[in-house]
Design a protein around this ligand. Structure first.
Ligand code: MEV
Length: 441
């Protein structure tokens, strides 16, 4: 059976599903029913969801969870998180509770600058390009005035356009690096529209500007696009407490508070030193960050790509968080670029993204940056706290027990009995299977 098709995107949704099921699924009838079932019951809402992407055949469901009791800059939030990994929300909630009793999370936005680039080749004299750049820059800015008017009214717009010279790395290669303030929007569409206008203006300039030689008129604009690396769109979140506040936590592990605080700092230090550990350490941070980013309708790929580049800014991939234990004080902090928006994009279109923002009190982009960074730090705190004490598997497998029980088709009575039994037992797939086999025999 031919598995290629022309005009797939033109087919009505049910036809798409049928074609897919018939050509790629073992049980076509069942698969058709599956895909046809995973639709929103209200046609109008489904139409909006279908509009987010091409060739939509169904909605892929992920858990929408709440981590309550997040005290951030003196305000308490219940934070929506969309995540499939068991124990992430439990860890965030537990860390939130822990810090709620110790002054909560603190966060401040260090900058909100976003960037975009127009990449071009200039075969002429570099000094001449630099000399004509002020004139060029004025023309570039002027050419975008219709696109930037609204954003300027909201307090944003183009902040600057620089000429960056890459001649020493790649002959004739330059770029326009434009910086933007996009207020409460993530601003991708605004930035890309402006950049494409800048690119067109630059091309016109090469064609029309008087006094360019024939060689210089061959200058070539290669592409224009925003940069997802936004090191100046930065937020810092931190927690701080006297070491003795760790007494209860430490006692439960048979440790003293200072030893626990120092071991924590060492664990973070290891992630500063070793990229293998840093990757996992930062993944724990993004467990929290991505979940909030998804729940609020923001672009988690952009956020992750940026964060990993930022983590490598010193030439080696390192931990995004840092821990200092000094003069009886434990301080744990995270500095992370987060280009988030609370208006535009999916934020008002996705029904649950809209609800997430409502639950968070309809925050500004700056406030959302603070909340998201605090959740990332909480997640990191929870993971490292487990790693240096009990290990993560205890909590992780407890949460994973539900997945194993579902996998083994446990009834609700069997599940309840298993939950009770495994309170004090190590959870593993085989242990749960044996438990069920015994119960069933
Ligand atoms: C698991 O999703 C995340 C952790 O591995 C993070 C870490 O090791 O710090 C627990």
């Amino acid at each position: 059976m031919a598995k290629t098709i022309n005009g797939f995107s033109k087919l009505p949704k049910l036809e798409k599903i049928k074609w897919l099921a018939e050509h790629f699924c073992a049980d076509a009838a069942l698969a058709t029913r599956d895909f046809a079932t995973w639709q929103h019951p209200e046609a109008a809402v489904q139409r909006v969801i279908d509009g987010f992407a091409e060739n939509t055949v169904a909605n892929y469901v992920l858990p929408y969870c709440i981590a309550p009791n997040f005290l951030i800059n003196g305000k308490t939030y219940a934070v929506p998180m969309v995540i499939e990994e068991s124990s992430v929300v439990a860890a965030a909630s537990s860390a939130a509770k822990f810090w709620q009793e110790r002054g909560g999370f603190h966060a401040e936005v260090l900058g909100t600058v976003k960037l975009g680039q127009v990449h071009f080749y200039w075969p002429g004299n570099p000094q001449k390009l630099r000399a004509i750049f002020p004139d060029l820059k004025a023309r570039l800015l002027d050419s975008c005035s219709d696109l930037t008017a609204n954003m300027e009214q909201r307090g944003g717009g183009i902040l600057d356009i620089e000429l960056i010279d890459f001649e020493t790395v790649e002959p004739e290669y330059y770029q326009l690096r434009a910086s933007f303030e996009t207020c409460d929007s993530m601003g991708a569409n605004f930035i890309n529209s402006v950049l494409e206008r800048l690119a067109a203006t630059l091309e016109d300039f090469f064609t029309l500007f008087p006094g360019l030689s024939d060689v210089e008129r061959d200058a070539e604009v290669v592409m224009s696009i925003l940069s997802n690396y936004t090191p100046q769109c930065l937020v810092r979140a931190w927690v701080e407490c006297p070491i003795h506040s760790f007494a209860d936590l430490a006692r439960a592990q048979g440790m003293d508070a200072a030893a626990l605080a120092h071991r924590f700092a060492r664990a973070v230090r290891i992630a500063q030193i070793d990229p293998y550990r840093a990757t996992t350490h930062n993944k724990g941070i993004y467990n929290g960050i991505d979940a909030v980013v998804l729940a609020t309708g923001n672009d988690f790929r952009a956020i992750e790509a940026c964060g990993h580049t930022f983590a490598s800014r010193a030439g080696q991939y390192r931990s995004l968080s840092n821990c200092i234990v000094r003069e009886g004080i434990f301080r744990f902090e995270l500095e992370i670029p987060l280009a988030l928006g609370t208006v535009g994009g999916l934020t008002s279109l996705h029904p649950l993204a809209k609800r997430s923002l409502e639950i968070l009190g309809n925050p500004s982009a700056l406030e959302l940056m603070c909340i998201t960074a605090a959740v990332g730090l909480a997640q990191n705190f929870g993971a490292v706290r487990s790693l240096i004490t009990t290990g993560i598997q205890q909590g992780h497998m407890k949460m994973h027990l539900t997945n194993i029980l579902n996998h083994l088709a446990a009834t609700s009575e069997e599940a309840a009995a298993a939950q009770h039994f495994f309170q004090n037992q190590t959870v593993s797939f085989s242990a749960v299977r044996s438990f069920l086999e015994e119960a069933r025999s």
